[in-house]
Design a protein around this ligand. Sequence first.
Ligand SMILES: C[S@@+](CC[C@H](N)C(=O)[O-])C[C@H]1O[C@@H](n2cnc3c(N)ncnc32)[C@H](O)[C@@H]1O
Length: 485
Amino acid sequence: MTHPPNFVSGTVWTGDNLPIMRGINSACIDLIYLDPPFNSNEDYAAPIGSRAAGAAFKDTWTLSDIDVYEHGELAERSPAAYAVIEAARQTHGKSMMSYLIMMAVRLIEMRRILKLTGSIYLHCDDTASHYLKLLMDAVFGGKNYRNCIIWRRATSHNDPGRFGRICDHILYYTKSDAATWNDIRQPRSADSLASAYPSQDERGRYRSADLTGPKHSTDVMAPSSLPWRGYDIAPRGRVWSAPKTGTYAAYIEEHFIPGYRKIKGVHERLDALDKAGLIHHPKRGKWPGLKRYAAADAGTPPQNLILNPIGFTNYSASSKEYLGYPTQKRVEVMERLVEISSDEGDLVFDPFCGCATTLVAADRLNRQWAGIDLSPLAIKLVDQRIRDDRGALWGGVIKRDTPPLRSDLGKLPNYRTHKHRLYGEQEGVCRGCDTHFPFKVMEVDHILPRVKGGSDHYENLQLLCTHCNKSKGSKTMAQWRAAQG
Ligand SMILES: C[S@@+](CC[C@H](N)C(=O)[O-])C[C@H]1O[C@@H](n2cnc3c(N)ncnc32)[C@H](O)[C@@H]1O
């Protein structure tokens, strides 16, 4: 079931994306692209003088960066994800563990807000990509893994003692088998067409494609293993195979041989192809082949390696698109992913939007969009980039810094109405000090405070005694416990 989003297109939040995502309606987003910190153990800053000067983010992780409550919640609510994290702790140490906890709690929210037809692309590099793959399998389900796309972002790099690190990894998952997929082909260049289709006749460029297939034991007496026009291919372990279905068979039928796909028998199809001049007979020795014309080439389908023509390297400082934002990505790469995994009018979301490369791509392709970034500078750059595209008449980014209120939970009863049930479930014991109290001393508390995206939903409520509730205020349980020492 999908829900309408509870914010408008063009919204960018400044702040931590976790509480903000917790306030977003379930199943309202078509496409998520995220390019989070990679656990690179570096701190990033934009060059002075660049349009992004002042932007910075840290990418070093320790357990003190993680809300311990999230740690506990993850262990309880997502044992598969927690097992991956525990494996990372044992093999890689606490920094990787902390980073993965930070990612896991956010990925769980991303899955919730994604529509059943939605897709998610997680951009990372090989520092953590293998652990992130396992984490994504745990959260989205291994069967929903589609690809690891390799993006070559630089031509060469000198990394002493190891191979130059010039590639990023983009993990592509869908929420289900019903995900949007637009088979957008890349037109081939003239050079590539000339080398892929080296021969020429009066109809145009073509290549000679194999008209045989491997011979199976069941084919011994089959007509397809009998000689055709004097060519005896059976001794070579092959059988005849002329296309009967598929796009090229349809092309043949439409352009050269009406009713071609209805012809029964491989020899009969070969005869028809030959009569229509569609068989290439080589001068010496070799077998005949099917003429496959360049005119039927729809271009290259999306591949899991991103290279030319959509961008070989990341931007050089002189490029028009370059802002200097730390780890800025190429807009052409984003455009490709947005085109393939969403339709016009769909909602694209980037929870680590940086200088808004994804949002700019979505805007250029007439999608709706929204993003979040911790850095207040990010919002300025989003505004500026989209204004550069759209001109002064554009109304500007909608700036927010508090989580939206969920509207997909139906009309919830006042949260206080749950007090009796909670009292029964907790057997009258305060969740803060573990002490038994009479009913009237207890108060209903939001486990995740409303200011941090927590809802009035029953699952987010607990009973605390008056004293604990007052002391906790708008802190999370972890923050409150930590403050108590
Ligand atoms: C790798 S950069 C994204 C770059 C972006 N793809 C672009 O092309 O500009 C990661 C971004 O995540 C932001 N960030 C880190 N932790 C965050 C959090 N918890 N919530 C929101 N944004 C966060 C950083 O400020 C940084 O801008």
